[in-house]
Structures are given as C-alpha cells and as structure tokens.
Design a protein around this ligand. Structure first.
Ligand SMILES: [Zn+2]
Length: 256
C-alpha cells in the first residue's frame, strides 16, 4: 500500500497531472507555499484537501511551492441501495422538527471550527475490528422516497461492542441525536473530526481528552438504522470524506 502512495508523491514531484474521485481526500507535500481553490487544511508539511461527494467533474489548478499542477476531479460510480427504516426517520413528526434543526446547527458549528493545534501524532486505527457492511458513498433511497448518500463507513457490531477513538483528540459532543442516535464527535485538530453514530452507551464526556484506542462508547442501534452497527464519519473542514481512504492515506504519511 505504501508503494502506491510513494508512486503518487513521486509523480506529483515530477510534475505529472493528478486525479481524484469525489468523496476522497488528497494529500500533497509542500515546503513553503501553496495556493488551492478548494477547501483544505494542513498537517505538518502536508496539504489535506477533501473533495466533496457532490462535486461535479472539474479540473483545478493548484500552485504548490511555485509549481502549477493540474488536478482532475472524476466522478466515482458509487453503488446504489434501497433501505427501509422507521417511517418517523423519513417523515419526522412536526413536534421534533425544532430538535432536528437544532442538532443540525450544532453539528455545523462544530465542523466549521478549526483548532490550530493538531492532536494527530500517530497513525489512525479502526474504531473496531469487524466487517464493513456498507461503505462510504453508496447512493441511498430511504423508504422509496428520500434520496441521500452514505456519508461514512458502517461496521458490523452487535449492541454493546466497545468503540475506540481512532486517534488522539478532544471529545466535543457525546449525546443522543434524532438521526445519528447516540453520537460521539472527536476533534483531532486542524479541522479534522471523527464521528461515531448509533451508540448505546457513552464512556466519555464533552471536553475530555482522549487517546487513540481509548474506549469512548458502546455500539448500538439508535437513530435512523436498519439494524445494529457502528457508523464512522470523517469530516475535514466540514466535508465528509471516505473514512477508509482517508485513514489509508494519512497512515502512509504518519509513523508510529
Ligand atoms: Zn452508516
């Protein structure tokens, strides 16, 4: 896996054009300066660029250390699926609309906050060792009506399975929410967050510093679900990216 990554870096250094799919993360080394017309953050001497799922194919120019490189954004053919969930999770009762709007605003505020400090010093781990039951990006239709896409990775987990922090950080949210159910959000700094959904029990509180591998919650079946599992979302500067591709990419640049 590291070989592919190094090849990618090498082709960039020699000035070749690069391409990426919507929903993925781009990692580019820089020494002194960069100019990108896309959302981004930095970690050490790496530029981290999340490409939104909804972004249409395009070609962008990036200026890195005085060199201009051409970035082509391609449309990935993500699979499609039909899901049946409780009707109240597609048509929420009017009495709950205020709560849902409040939870949405609260999350938006969290993701738009960028801590300058980074808590990421080691490679990422997975929140639990299990089969992936639904990958990122699947185009979804709920109850034949609501069109959406899967904004994270689902892991098979029976209710009560320990869930670990994927890296060091600070807990910014630990509460029950309408769609995500029991949720924990960890701030890893530099605009990077990991989010764990459908939990049944919390083992941490907001404001708490957590270490990679620390048990933060127990998995569950709360929120908009078809069965028990753990959902993991990664947000970079407010943009959801494929968690597995993000972890693979980051780990190629981070050493234990
Ligand atoms: Zn999910």
């Amino acid at each position: 896996m590291k070989k592919i990554f190094l090849l990618f870096v090498a082709s960039y250094l020699f000035g070749a054009a690069i391409s990426i799919y919507n929903g993925q993360t781009l990692l580019i080394p820089f020494k002194k300066s960069y100019e990108v017309n896309l959302s981004h953050t930095t970690l050490k001497s790496w530029l981290i660029i999340p490409i939104p799922y909804t972004m249409k194919p395009a070609t962008k120019k990036l200026k890195i250390d005085g060199k201009t490189i051409s970035l082509t954004i391609k449309q990935k053919k993500y699979p499609k699926e039909q899901l049946e969930v409780a009707s109240s999770k597609v048509h929420p009762p009017k009495s709950l609309l205020k709560r849902i709007a409040k939870e949405y605003q609260e999350a938006k505020k969290i993701y738009s906050t960028t801590s300058q400090q980074s808590y990421i010093t080691k490679p990422f781990i997975l929140p639990l060792q299990s089969k992936i039951t639904d990958p990122f990006g699947v185009a979804r239709v709920f109850n034949n009506r609501l069109k959406s896409y899967h904004s994270g990775t689902d892991f098979r987990a029976r209710v009560g399975t320990p869930v670990k922090a994927i890296n060091d950080g600070v807990v910014v949210l630990a509460k029950k929410r309408y769609y995500a159910g029991g949720s924990v959000i960890i701030n890893h700094g530099r605009g990077i967050y990991s989010c764990y959904y459908h939990l049944s029990r919390f083992k941490v509180k907001p404001g708490e510093r957590v270490k990679r591998g620390q048990i933060i919650a127990l998995s569950g079946k709360s929120g908009r679900i078809t069965g028990p599992h753990l959902h993991l979302t990664i947000k970079i500067k407010g943009i959801s990216v494929d968690p597995m591709q993000f972890i693979y990419l980051m780990n190629a640049s981070l050493k234990d």
